[in-house]
Design a binder for this molecule. Structure first.
Ligand code: AMP
Ligand code: GLY
Length: 430
């Protein structure tokens, strides 16, 4: 097999790592691989978003499977470009990826197929938004409808904050085109859960549930980021919940998309909130979550490749299954000081040799780069430090040891990833 990975962040590093284990003799290629991916794949010097260029390249290089990590190439139609050439690709079409690239589309779909979610209204004009927000009053959540790298959602405790967020998006183009339409929704309270499903358009194989820590600061404070850490599995998931989520969230959505002639094939991600009134959807994404993929994928014992190949070739995964490791995985993300705002890059990165090539610790690169042969920082989220263990506590200890041992100027990370979950476990055991 000849496999192309599109994307070059932590999630794609984890995908490459796993697919190589599933197919040790395959040839791997990756778009502008980061230094962590470099030893594992041949570099293809095309941007992940160069949809037509990549389709032409894959066609000319006999690529048998293409796996797309990020949402932007999907929204720009990489799935359609490959399928037009008869090239198997794991990822939805551009119209199906609207489930992520248009929050307004996703909310309308949920309403139509009766999937529980927060009450909402969409707006493109400030006067209407202003009138609605003033009448409703905070707390409210204001979101750019389009793609905003996880940074376009504002949880606003007060009416004034909600008005400010909406005004900046609609009158000052704070998020450019992505914020030209906004969703204003009811504030929900509860624990969040990320659930991924591999789907052929009709059937859904659910992966291990995980939890993402979205805020920059300890104790869930400060602005939202792309994600500062994650762990899997999640102890607060009671028996039966995942079946319920498949039947009441994934299957109705897949049905609704198929009947709208935009079947979803690929990885569908449901961001859920476990509220006192039941499970509700916060958002859908059309690809693996980052940093959750870095904990879910290493826990997978059965082949990921097998499922991806079947889906990419248009087959059925009605009988698809996954086997999981017994223990737990926990990812602490190392970020650059200032992220999710402005930050410096080009800082020397030092990874102690004893952290490499271990069974209980995985380092997935994201914002790293080589400069004159030296490893330097090159992004807001720099590295995922994933601890593996028989228990969540063990996984957490290893991840934190690794996070402390890696050095670069301005390193920022959260020490509390998974801490709440450990409390839940203590309560369950008590
Ligand atoms: P989203 O971009 O829709 O995933 O939102 C990003 C984050 O904002 C979510 O993971 C939640 O932490 C928070 N959030 C979004 N919508 C709501 C809501 N309706 N109520 C409470 N928190 C929310
Ligand atoms: N971790 C959230 C996301 O990937 O959208």
């Amino acid at each position: 097999m000849r496999i192309l990975i599109v994307g070059n962040g932590g999630r794609e590093h984890a995908l490459l790592w796993k697919l190589r284990r599933d197919a040790p003799t395959a040839m791997f290629y990756a778009t502008r691989p980061n230094p962590g991916m470099e030893p594992l794949a041949e570099a293809v010097d095309l941007a992940p978003t160069d949809v037509e260029g990549l389709a032409t390249w894959a066609d000319g290089n006999d690529i048998t499977l293409t796996v797309v990590g990020p949402e932007v190439p999907l929204a720009r139609g990489i799935g359609d470009a490959f399928r037009r050439r008869g090239l198997p690709l794991f990822g939805p079409s551009s119209s199906a990826s609207r489930i992520e690239s248009s929050k307004a589309f996703a909310k309308d779909l949920m309403r139509r197929v009766e999937v529980p979610t927060a009450e909402y209204r969409t707006f493109t004009r400030w006067p209407e938004a202003e009138a609605f927000i003033s009448e409703k009053g905070g707390p409210l959540v204001v979101k750019a409808s389009g793609l905003a790298a996880g940074k376009g959602a504002f949880v606003c405790p007060s009416t004034e904050e909600a008005l400010e967020a909406a005004r900046e998006m609609l009158t000052e183009a704070a998020f450019g085109e992505a914020g030209s339409e906004i969703v204003v929704e009811e504030f929900m309270e509860g624990e969040e859960l990320s659930v991924f499903a591999i789907t052929d358009g009709r059937h859904a194989v659910l992966l291990l549930p995980s939890q993402d820590y979205k805020r920059i600061g300890e104790g869930d404070t400060g602005p939202n980021t792309g994600g500062m850490g994650a762990y899997a599995p999640v102890p607060l998931v009671r028996p039966g919940l995942m079946d319920e989520v498949r039947d009441t969230v994934f299957l109705p959505i897949l049905d609704g998309m198929e009947s709208a002639a935009t079947p979803f094939r690929g990885l569908l991600y449901a961001g859920l909130m476990l509220t006192p009134e039941g499970t509700r959807v916060v958002e859908f994404n059309c690809r693996f979550g980052d940093p959750e993929a870095q904990v879910v994928i290493p826990m997978m014992e059965s082949s990921l490749l097998g499922l991806m190949v079947t889906v990419a070739r248009g087959g059925s995964i009605a009988d698809g299954e996954c086997r999981w490791s017994e223990g737990a995985a926990l990812n602490t993300v190392l970020a650059s000081e200032g992220y999710p705002g402005e930050y410096e890059t080009g800082r020397r990165l030092s990874i102690p040799a004893e952290l490499e090539h271990r069974d209980d610790l995985l380092l997935f690169h994201a914002g790293t780069q080589r400069d004159d042969g030296r490893l330097v920082t090159a992004g807001g989220r720099v590295l995922s430090v994933v601890g593996l263990g028989d228990t969540l506590e063990e996984a957490r200890t290893r991840s934190l040891e690794g996070a402390r041992a890696v050095e670069f100027e301005g390193k920022v990370f959260r020490e509390d990833i998974g801490r709440r979950a450990l409390r839940t476990l203590e309560n369950l055991e008590a």
